[in-house]
Each structure stands twice: as C-alpha cells, then as structure tokens.
Design a binder for this molecule. Structure first.
Ligand SMILES: C[S@@+](CC[C@H](N)C(=O)[O-])C[C@H]1O[C@@H](n2cnc3c(N)ncnc32)[C@H](O)[C@@H]1O
Length: 245
C-alpha cells in the first residue's frame, strides 16, 4: 500500500508541475487557461486575481500574454515563496481565500480560480469574500471539477466539493454574483486525464526522486482513479462565468 500524499501540498504541486511540464496544478494546463479566459478581453490596465494560485505559473502566463496585471493568493506559504522567487512581476500573497478582503489592497476586474474552488470547504463564504474585492461589473471565472451525471447521491470521495451544476447559480446569487454561461468540459477532462496518466508513466523515476519510493504508485493510482471516475460520468469539468452585480 503506497503512502498517501496531499497533492495540494508543496511537494504534491512540485510533482504535478514535473508531470505537467509547467507550474500548473490544474487539468489541461495552458489550453485550459486559454479556454477559461477566452471571453475576457486582454487589457494592460485590467487587474486580475488568481485565487488558489499555487506555484504561480498561470498568473504569470496571463500577465505575459497581455490579459493585464495579476496578483495571486494561496494559503500554502511554500508555494507562494516559490512563486515570488520565480515570477517577480506578479504580486503574491499567503492568504486563505476567506481572508482575502483584509490581505489584498485593491479591487479586481477579473477574479479566477483554476481547480481551486473544489478545494474550499466553505465555498459560499469564499464567494462572498471574493465579491468584496471585485470591482462593479467584475468577471468571475471558475474552472473546476463538477459532479457528473452518473454520480448518484454520494459525492465522489476524491472531490467532495466538486461543483454541483444544479446549485451553483443559487450559490453565486447568494454572494451577489450574477451567474452567466457554463461551458461543459467533461469530454476535455477525459482527454486531459488520459494524457496525464500517460505522462505519469513516463516520469516514474523523476516522481520518485521528489516524492520518495511510494510516490509513483500513489500518484498513478490516484490519477487513474480520477480518470476512470470522469470516464464513468461520476465527475466532470466545467467553466462557470459570473459577474459582480
Ligand atoms: C489543485 S491546486 C491548483 C493551483 C493553481 N490554481 C494551478 O492551477 O496551478 C489548488 C490550490 O488551492 C489552494 N487552496 C486550497 N484551499 C485554499 C484556501 N482555503 N485558500 C487559499 N488557497 C487554497 C491550494 O494550496 C492549492 O495551491
């Protein structure tokens, strides 16, 4: 039996970055960033907030590609230390999402989360806190796992807080966000996780160098399980858009 590993820890994200060949811990890497931010115009005067930014690769990708100026928050201090050292043009803060209004010193035109919302225990409160740092009319983008059509009543234990598409609009309204379009990405998640599992196999030795002897079998079995859950329709993926009312 392999030693369990928290993939949201610094070590876990280092392994994900190795497999994804970039500082990303979300499905679909740069393709997913482009898809999520496609409806947002690129504007050097815009301010974007990356919530649960991890190692900072996505924040820097958006800055470099002209979406605007970017700040990132994450509660994992080791990841923020790495992000600050690696991407000095982005402002990074060690911060739980619930503390965002007292940590960031400005308001934002765009607030986005790439596979971070699913990790929040208190999602309703998180949406309300993020609303406090949104400019009037600001755009919110949530790229994340969803509860799939075949999930039944019990949430998949790997993603207990995956977005419930039947509930998300009400959750957003409660926090004073006006829900917009939802783009289903479930078939893209199948493709992305099939490729991801293949890449895990290719990086066997390097994964064990970072995470120790059991890390490869843990990571392979975890992501093979995630891929099967997505193929079977227990989990899916989507981009949810909203605006600050
Ligand atoms: C799967 S990773 C995604 C990281 C990043 N968005 C990316 O795409 O590379 C989820 C991130 O959410 C962060 N996180 C989880 N709960 C959080 C919270 N309550 N407040 C702030 N960050 C949180 C974790 O530390 C982790 O870096």
């Amino acid at each position: 039996m392999s030693r369990p590993m928290n993939m949201n820890s610094f070590e876990g994200k280092r392994i994900l970055a190795l497999i994804r060949e970039g500082d990303y811990a979300h499905a679909g890497e740069e393709e997913a960033i482009e898809r999520s931010l496609r409806p947002i115009s690129r504007n050097e005067d815009s301010w974007l907030l990356d919530v649960g930014c991890g190692r900072g690769g996505s924040a820097d990708y958006l800055r470099r590609n002209g979406w605007g100026q970017v700040e990132g928050i994450d509660r994992d201090s080791a990841s923020i230390e790495y992000a600050r050292a690696t991407y000095p043009a982005v402002g990074f803060h060690v911060c739980d999402v619930l503390d965002v209004p007292r940590t960031v010193a400005r308001t934002f035109d765009v607030i986005y989360m790439l596979n971070a919302f699913y990790a929040f225990d208190r999602q309703r409160e998180a949406l309300a806190k993020l609303r406090k740092v949104a400019k009037p009319g600001a755009q919110l983008v949530i790229f994340d796992y969803t509860v799939g059509p075949k999930a039944g009543d019990t949430p998949n234990p790997m993603m207990p807080h995956a977005i419930r598409l039947s509930e998300i609009a009400a959750m957003l309204r409660e926090a004073e966000w006006e829900p917009g379009s939802i783009e289903d990405l479930s078939s893209d998640y199948v493709r992305w996780y099939a490729a991801f599992v293949d890449r895990i196999r290719l990086k066997h030795a390097e994964i064990e160098k970072i995470g120790g002897a059991d890390s490869y079998s843990f990571v392979l079995s975890m992501y093979s399980g995630l891929h099967s859950a997505i193929v079977q329709g227990e989990l899916g993926g989507a981009i949810v858009h909203a605006r600050a009312t």
